[in-house]
Design a binder for this molecule. Structure first.
Ligand code: SF4
Length: 332
C-alpha cells in the first residue's frame, strides 16, 4: 500500500487525503518509513536540480506581541520579554549584508505583529539599497492588505514567508481566513510565497497534519516543508514537549511526497542533518530576534550561521547553491 503511494508520488501523481494520512501513520524506523524518506530525498533532488539552499533571517524587533500565539516567545501572554526593542536600521543593514557576504541564497526580514508596517518599509528600503540587486529579499511579517502587498513588491521583496499555522485561531488570535487572505494578497501583487506545516508539536493529530499539508500544496508556494515547535519555558504549551528530529524527518518526507514536483522547495526548521538527509532542501540561518528563543539576540544561541547550515547540508551529501535563490527566482 505505502509502496504504491510512494510510486504514485514519484511518478508525478497527486496523492489524496487518505494517502497522505497513510504516509503520516507509518511507524518510524520501519521499512516503509525508510522508503518514504528515500523517495522524498529523490524528489527533492529533482525539484532543486541537486542543490539545497540556505536562507537567512534577520529578526528586527523584540516585542510583547498582541497576537498572542501561544507557541511564540513574543506573545504578550507568555511574558518572556518585558519591553519592546527595535534593532537600529544600520544594525539590520549590517546583519543583512553579512548574511549576503556569507553566501545566503535569500535574506528574510522578520518582525512581530507589533512592528509598524510603514517603518518596516523604510528599513527594508535601506536594506534593499545595500544588497546586491540580484539578492532575493523575503518579508516575514504580520498579515497585510492588498495595498501593502504592492508596497512590499515595490520595495524590492521577491516574496514572503507566511503560514496558516497548526492551531491557528485556537492557539493564536488570528482567524485562519485572514492568513489565507494574506496569501492571496501577496500573489496578486506578484510576491512569491514560502510556507510550511508549522509549528508541529507531539499533540498534533494526523488529521491536522494532513489538512495543513493540503493547504500548503493548494497555496502553490515556492516551498513547503515542516517545522517543529520549540517549547518556550514556563509557558502553557511547554507541557506538550517537542517532536524528535527523527520523527520530523519522517513528517517532512511525507509532506515532500504530498506536495509534489510543482513545489521546488521543502524546508525544515530548526536545521538538522537527519531532516535534510530525508528530503529537506532548505534551512535557515538566523540573527536578531527569534520567536523560538528567549534570548534577545539569537545569534550564537538558537540561531545558526550560514556556514553552519551549509555544513549540515554537506554532512547529508547535498550540494549547496551558490548565488541567489532559485526558489524565489521567477525566471528559474
Ligand atoms: S508568532 Fe508572530 S504574530 Fe504570533 S505572537 Fe509571535 S510575533 Fe506575534
Amino acid at each position: 500500500m505505502v509502496k504504491g503511494i510512494v510510486e504514485k508520488a514519484l511518478s508525478g501523481g497527486t496523492i489524496n487525503t487518505e494517502e497522505i494520512s497513510l504516509l503520516f501513520e507509518v511507524p518510524l524506523f520501519s521499512y516503509d518509513s525508510s522508503l518514504i524518506q528515500a523517495a522524498a530525498r529523490q524528489m527533492c533532488e529533482k525539484t532543486s536540480n541537486g542543490f539545497a539552499e540556505v536562507h537567512a533571517q534577520v529578526g528586527l524587533d523584540i516585542a510583547r506581541c498582541p497576537r498572542n500565539c501561544l507557541f511564540c516567545s513574543f506573545a504578550a501572554c507568555n511574558g518572556v520579554f518585558s519591553e519592546n526593542v527595535d534593532l537600529p536600521v544600520e544594525d539590520v543593514v549590517n546583519r543583512a549584508c553579512d548574511f549576503e557576504n556569507d553566501g545566503a541564497n535569500a535574506i528574510y526580514l522578520m518582525t512581530t505583529a507589533r512592528y509598524p508596517f510603514e517603518k518596516f518599509i523604510e528599513v527594508a528600503k535601506e536594506v534593499r539599497k545595500s544588497l546586491r540587486s540580484d539578492t532575493m529579499l523575503v518579508a516575514n511579517i504580520d498579515d497585510f492588505s492588498e495595498k501593502q502587498a504592492v508596497q512590499l513588491k515595490d520595495t524590492g521583496f521577491s516574496g514572503i514567508y507566511h503560514a496558516l499555522r497548526l492551531g491557528e485561531g485556537k492557539d493564536t488570535s488570528i482567524p485562519p481566513a485572514k492568513r489565507l487572505q494574506t496569501f492571496r494578497n501577496a500573489k496578486e501583487a506578484g510576491l512569491l510565497l514560502g510556507t510550511c506545516v508549522e509549528p508541529i508539536g507531539p499533540e498534533h493529530g494526523i488529521n491536522e497534519l494532513v489538512e495543513k499539508t493540503i493547504i500548503t500544496r493548494e497555496a502553490k508556494p515556492v516551498f513547503s516543508g515542516g517545522m517543529r515547535r520549540i517549547p518556550i519555558p514556563n509557558t502553557e504549551m511547554e507541557k506538550y514537549g517537542i517532536v524528535s528530529e527523527a520523527r520530523m524527518a519522517h513528517i517532512l518526507a511525507a509532506i515532500r511526497l504530498a506536495t509534489g514536483y510543482d513545489i521546488p522547495g521543502n524546508c525544515t526548521h530548526e536545521p538538522n542533518i537527519v531532516g535534510v538527509a530525508a528530503g529537506a532542501n532548505l534551512i535557515w540561518a538566523e540573527t536578531g530576534s527569534n520567536p523560538r528563543d528567549t534570548e534577545k539576540d539569537t545569534e550564537g544561541k538558537r540561531g545558526l550561521t550560514v556556514q553552519q547550515c551549509r555544513e549540515i547540508f554537506r554532512e547529508a551529501e547535498w550540494h549547496v547553491l551558490s548565488g541567489p535563490s532559485k526558489f524565489f527566482n521567477t525566471k528559474s
